[in-house]
Design a protein around this ligand. Structure first.
Ligand SMILES: Cc1ncc(C[n+]2csc(CCOP(=O)(O)OP(=O)(O)O)c2C)c(N)n1
Ligand SMILES: [Mg+2]
Length: 381
């Protein structure tokens, strides 16, 4: 018997999205990105939450700088920095309950760290030692995903499965503006909306997919508008306004948890650094553009709000910086130790049932390693 044939297997049946929608208006995003900081809405924001967000933003900025420095010292192979995007990273991590799942892309190390993943283990993929240096189940953070948008169907599958089992779990999946042009994005959005899966899609629109600007990526009025075609709400938010991103994501998570189905959130932000340390961004964008975004920096915006309302003073700023320095010092010290690696680990955790080719390669590598260990006499010819 298939799951579909089981009595009461689906809650609720049939999925609500099967009813035709006649009015797309409630699904449409605002014309301009939603903002909280510096507006009247800020007075209603929870000041404790704002302080937590601030401390995490400062830590996040320092983490990005330290990880980038480690690439220059040869301790990290590659680092896609999220400098300038910390508000999205931190809000995504803080908005979830422990039982929820986060599905990050390669740029979202910081979100994983803010959710509790060990800062060194979060970098293992980018050092090249292991595909995932942390246990995804420990903090409910899926592996950082390098193939664009492939984390999205995974998130939908997990969320849909949780719903079938009756588990109260929401999945939040992160993707870039470029990732929205992928087939996997379409498939995930469509499946999630049809089945009303408890998923939140967070698109960090940082202006570029490596050197491709948004104008060459899409002809849509905004990326949030794409939601309407699938039958889910689209929300447009200022991605550098940590309070706004948190609020919009919290609404979307609550909506999903209550059985309302998925939401697509587009956070408009900017990638201050190059695509990775291996990229030279000066070849495709002007310095003036980067400088203009520095005036709309996520830390600056929140710091201005908090100090203006007397919720943060010089001592508080200093304490946040010292905490960030401690994080960076620990990261430096541990990343400067050579990792103990076993080449045979290459074959571990690839398939539950290894393929014949993989078994052959495993035997071959083991023979080569044995021969090397045996010295010149034992060399394989
Ligand atoms: C399926 C796939 N195609 C191409 C690539 C190569 N690639 C890596 S990052 C990237 C740009 C992605 O841009 P975006 O989705 O905007 O994310 P960002 O890097 O800006 O965070 C591309 C094309 C890839 N990793 N996976
Ligand atoms: Mg991008």
């Amino acid at each position: 018997m298939t799951v579909m044939e089981q009595r009461d297997a689906y809650r609720p049946t049939p999925p609500p999205a099967w009813q035709p929608r006649t009015d797309p208006a409630p699904l449409l995003p605002d014309a301009r990105p939603y903002r909280v900081l510096g507006t009247e809405a800020a007075a209603k924001a929870d000041s404790e939450l704002l302080r937590r967000l601030y401390a995490q933003l400062v830590r996040g900025r320092r983490y990005n700088a330290q990880a980038t420095a480690l690439t220059k010292q040869g301790r990290l192979a590659v680092y896609p920095s999220s400098t300038g995007q910390e508000a999205c990273q931190v809000a995504a991590a803080l908005v979830l309950e422990e039982r929820d799942w986060l599905f990050p892309s390669y740029r979202d190390t910081l979100a994983a760290v803010a959710r509790g993943v060990d800062p060194v283990q979060a970098l293992t993929l980018l050092r090249g030692d292991w595909h995932t240096g942390y246990d995804p189940y420990a903090h409910r953070v899926a592996p950082l995903c390098t193939p664009l948008a492939t984390q999205l169907p995974h998130a939908v599958g997990l969320a849909h499965a949780a719903r079938l089992k009756g588990d109260d779990v929401v999945a939040l999946a992160m993707v870039g503006d470029g990732g929205t042009s992928e087939g996997d994005f379409h498939e995930a959005m469509n499946f999630a909306a049809v089945w009303q899966a408890p998923v939140v899609f967070l698109v960090q629109n940082n202006g570029f997919a490596i050197s491709v600007p948004l104008a060459k990526q899409t002809a849509a009025p905004s990326l949030a508008h794409k939601a309407v075609g699938y039958g889910m709400p689209g929300r447009l938010v200022d991605g550098n306004d940590a309070a706004a991103v948190h609020e919009v994501l919290a609404d979307a998570v609550a909506h999903a948890r209550a059985g309302g189905g998925p939401t697509l959130v587009e956070a408009v932000t900017y990638r201050i650094d190059a695509h990775t340390n291996a990229d030279d961004a000066t070849r495709y964008r002007a310095d003036g553009e980067v400088e203009a975004w520095r005036d709309h920096d996520p830390i600056l915006l929140l710091e201005r709000e908090l100090t203006g309302r007397g919720l943060l003073d010089e001592d508080g700023i200093q304490a946040a910086r010292e905490d960030a320095e401690t994080l960076a010092a620990d990261l430096r010290a541990r990343m400067n130790q050579d990792p103990a690696l076993d080449p045979m680990d290459l074959f571990a955790h690839v398939y539950a049932q290894p393929t014949t080719q993989l078994l052959e390669q495993e035997t071959q590598l083991q023979a080569e390693l044995d021969a090397e260990a045996a010295g010149p006499e034992g060399a394989v010819r």
